[in-house]
Design a protein around this ligand. Structure first.
Ligand SMILES: NC(=O)c1ccc[n+]([C@@H]2O[C@H](COP(=O)([O-])OP(=O)(O)OC[C@H]3O[C@@H](n4cnc5c(N)ncnc54)[C@H](OP(=O)(O)O)[C@@H]3O)[C@@H](O)[C@H]2O)c1
Length: 264
């Protein structure tokens, strides 16, 4: 009988945006499930410090790939070399830094080009590099880290709201096209305590002329669980979607937001 368990032994996960926040937390949880992990980000020192921690937590092997998702040519070259040296990827956590905050009416074409490059075009490029390996291995899990703004736009995140919608559509379309055993799903984080949330709170506070605590209180009031999320809680949901246990979940957007999103 086929195994639909929670182990990731024998699987190799690529965690983009793996040096901090939700990406790092997902790497830690998948390490504890026995996966080999490659963490990708720009900050080499953060990645290097993380590798022994991942191996201590149970990773079969932890590797760093220093790359900038804004530079697709270099990214493609270094990722191809990495695959040649360390073997195919079974699990891809498609994650990166979110676009700068601001109102949509103030956004420039440059802001959009940057977001489209980092999110959509980098994703398409990485997909082309990883798909042959997933097909050969007969196992693929692609998990996009988006935002609840896919369902409900968030004020002062004009470019981000727009690009998340495009990415959700990209993922849903792929879920119809990818072969069996290669699934794609999107995770929609709510307000989660990471570097990103601190910078969003600072921007909202400055725009509203209030302090950061006021913004956080306002956010917490909108969350039925009554608190901000921990990155590890997102990491656990990501690791589940990456596991054989999630084999029949395909093309969904899963909010992990303490119940904040009010639509069904
Ligand atoms: N936290 C929240 O409340 C929340 C809510 C909804 C949606 N989200 C979204 O979920 C995603 C992850 O959020 P987070 O809070 O974990 O963000 P974060 O703490 O800012 O971490 C972002 C990660 O992406 C990496 N990164 C950023 N730009 C990169 C680039 N050009 N190339 C390669 N790596 C890059 C960063 O590492 P380096 O700096 O080392 O490259 C870091 O590892 C983001 O898209 C965010 O907007 C977050």
């Amino acid at each position: 009988m086929k195994q639909y368990g929670f182990t990731l032994e024998g699987k190799h996960a690529l965690v983009c945006g793996g040096s901090a926040g939700i990406g790092e937390a997902s790497a830690r949880v998948m390490a504890s499930m026995g996966a080999k992990i490659t963490v990708l980000a720009r900050r080499k020192d953060r990645l290097t410090d993380l590798l022994p921690i991942l191996e201590q937590q149970g990773s079969a092997r932890a590797l760093a790939l220093v790359a900038d998702l804004d530079d697709r040519e270099t990214l493609a070259r270094t990722l191809s070399e990495h695959l040649e040296q360390y073997g195919p990827i079974h699990i891809w956590i498609n994650n990166t830094g979110g676009p700068a905050p601001g109102r949509l009416v103030d956004a420039t074409e440059e802001d959009f080009l940057k977001a489209i490059g980092r999110h959509l075009l980098a994703s398409q490029r990485i997909l082309g590099l990883l798909l042959p390996g997933m097909q050969a291995e007969q196992y693929g899990r692609i998990i996009n880290i988006l935002s609840t703004s896919v369902r409900q736009p968030i004020p002062n995140l004009g470019v981000s709201n727009t690009i998340r919608g495009a990415m959700a559509s990209w993922a849903k379309t792929l879920s119809l096209e990818l072969p069996p055993q290669i699934t794609i799903n999107s995770l929609l984080p709510g307000f989660t305590m990471t570097e990103r949330l601190v910078s969003l709170a600072q921007s909202r506070a400055a725009a509203a002329g209030v302090d950061i605590a006021t913004i956080e209180d306002e956010w917490i009031k909108s969350i039925p669980e009554g608190r901000l999320g921990h990155a590890e809680e997102l990491g656990a949901a990501i690791a589940f979607l990456a596991s054989p246990a999630a084999s029949y979940i395909r093309g969904v957007c899963l909010p992990v937001d303490g119940g904040r999103t009010s639509c069904i």
